[in-house]
Design a protein around this ligand. Structure first.
Ligand SMILES: [Zn+2]
Length: 67
């Protein structure tokens, strides 16, 4: 019996160009505070992109990580 892995936001990177793209729970994605709207933000340590869940549209978005 195969176990299915459920990918949740923050457990994997959404950047197709990232070498850790779609690797679930590999430790490259970490929490990084919240946006102004109070949405949880994650950062991929591999490609340095931030990942947020747009709750209005139910769309995941990627944006460059700004320091
Ligand atoms: Zn990445």
């Amino acid at each position: 019996m195969e176990e299915k892995q459920i990918a949740t936001i923050g457990s994997f990177c959404l950047n197709e160009k990232c070498k850790d793209y779609n690797k679930i729970n590999s430790g490259n994605v970490v929490k990084s505070g919240k946006t102004d709207k109070g949405i949880q933000r994650y950062i991929c340590k591999t490609c340095k992109k931030s990942i947020t869940l747009d709750q209005g549209n139910d769309v995941l978005s990627l944006s460059p990580y700004r320091r």
